[in-house]
Design a binder for this molecule. Sequence first.
Ligand code: ARG
Length: 656
Amino acid sequence: MNFLAELRERFANSLASLDGFTGDVAPVLELIRSSNDAKFGDYQANCAMPLGKQLGKPPREIAAALVAALDVSDLCEPPEIAGPGFINLKLTDAALVGALQAAAADTEHLGVPTVAKPRTVVVDYSSPNVAKPMHVGHIRSTVIGAAIGNVLRFLGHRVITDNHIGDWGTQFGMIIYGYKHFADEAAIAKDPVPELSRLYRLVNTLVEYHNAKNNGLPALEEKLATQQQLVDELKAVEPTGDKKADKAAAKRLRQAENSLNDLLGEQKSLEEKLAKIDDDPQLAPLATEHTNIARAVLDETAKLHSGDTTNKELWETFLPACLTAIQKTYDRLNVTFDHTLGESFYHDRLQAVVDDLVARGLATENEGAMCVFLEGHAAPFIVRKQDGAFLYSTTDLATIAYRLEKWQPDAILYVVDHRQGLHFEQLFATAKQCGCENVELMHVSFGTVLGKDGRPYKTRSGDAVGLMGLLDEAVDRARSLADASPMLKTDEERQQVAERIGIGAIKYADLAHNRTSDYKFDYDKMLAMNGNTAAYMQYSYARVRGIFEKAEVTETEALAGADQLVLGSPEERALGMMLCRFAESLDKVLEEYRPNHLTSYLFDLASSYAGFFQNCPVIKAETDSLRTSRLALCALTARTLGIGMGLLGIECVERM
Ligand code: ARG
């Protein structure tokens, strides 16, 4: 049962009979919410006030009319009108008990209704560039995307998950160039992945070095000169004597000076970066020798794209090794995809994309490049470069066309880092003009994972932190928690629990943060046994499950006891109500694709259970039937926690 959805439906009927109301129902129904304070009942409808304004009538009168037409007697106590026109609704115990019994009888789905109109949704997530090992930046897309897919599926939607890996871009040009010039054949024969990623890093460093030297630094110097001129001009401005104007001028000067300082800072750090390489006895000679490396890497990439035999063969040998490496990370994270259709899959469809855009009159040539000019965007969306190369944008357009043709989706979700916001804005605006008019295209963007210092999480050498190492460390730390537990008897059991707590901690911490914010990666916090953490949730789950052992019943038997369910005390009722809110929390997750609504719910459920457990003896309940009733509440709690964590991609443990 989803009481909130049900109540909204009942209100929709009541609204239909409201005198004079002709507006849109949906925003009015939004104002029916679960109440934060049990004093005001379980749900509150706050729609009478805006309706009153709209219809020019006193809100209390509207509330009375709505209530008079409202048919909820099978669900609620008689509704109460409070204050200026709030409608407070309290579920009857009979309705609550009925819903809980239905949930208990539906062990896999807990009575959560599936949607009336399932949608087909493609979820594009994880999607790393595979020429290098996965790093901390990939955790968010992988974990958030998987959770969204799970929740969609649980609610009855048709979900297609697709890992759009970067297996065709410049990074392969880098590896190929690296292989041709710097490879250690023996290392490749032994284990290609570490050597390939060494080559990638080396070439990338050299490319960045020359780019900074040839483009970055001169551009910065030019900007500095302009800014310096502006500062000089502002300094030369004579005071006018008009206080306001002089103050404004002073402010302008301050701002200009600040910008100048920022630029000087940038220049300094870039120069330091370059000096680091100039001073490095190994890198410096390579940098001097490979001055044209940036161009050469692009050439190697272009050769791969145009079917050059050597480069194609190298790509065909390297790619499987790269894929095996990322698969290890997915296995460890227990994440799967329906499809892994990377960029290379689309390479022979790119020309057609450009042709189609031209035929539709959307793309035009500009200085040799093919561009889509979009309203509200200064820069065009480039789909083919001057030198004929296709881009990330072209591949993404081809991918959309393929997805439309293959799956006819209602929505495509891209779970990708916020820095790609502009790309997706332009991509969607273009796609909306060619075939995607009725498809929801959504960039489910997320913030950066930061280190304790509040800067992007990097190793000391400045690389992004490797994902496997991160998982290992979390599991190692969780192992000390497991070792301290008297409940865990064998080494194997301790290791399994450590694995689930460690990986769960990383996933949960990520999901529990509002996806659009940055967050600090902090092992101590994420592995804490109390607070909104995976460990606390797993512990709560294990604790509930422990009761069945003590009571000598199975969970199934305990669930069957729901036919004797009573909600006699406030804590039992509060727990029963919280259990029923599971369905609402899932709806909330999908409203804006934010899994943190589910973690918050699970935390509230665990807290509500703690309150119940403290006040209501289960095994020592006064009567047998009360014991049966409370065991059923325990079983529903365990199942809801277990299924909820499962949707987040986190496994619970039986004991800890
Ligand atoms: N491979 C890209 C990157 O690492 C992310 C791809 C996201 N998906 C997409 N369809 N563009 O930045």
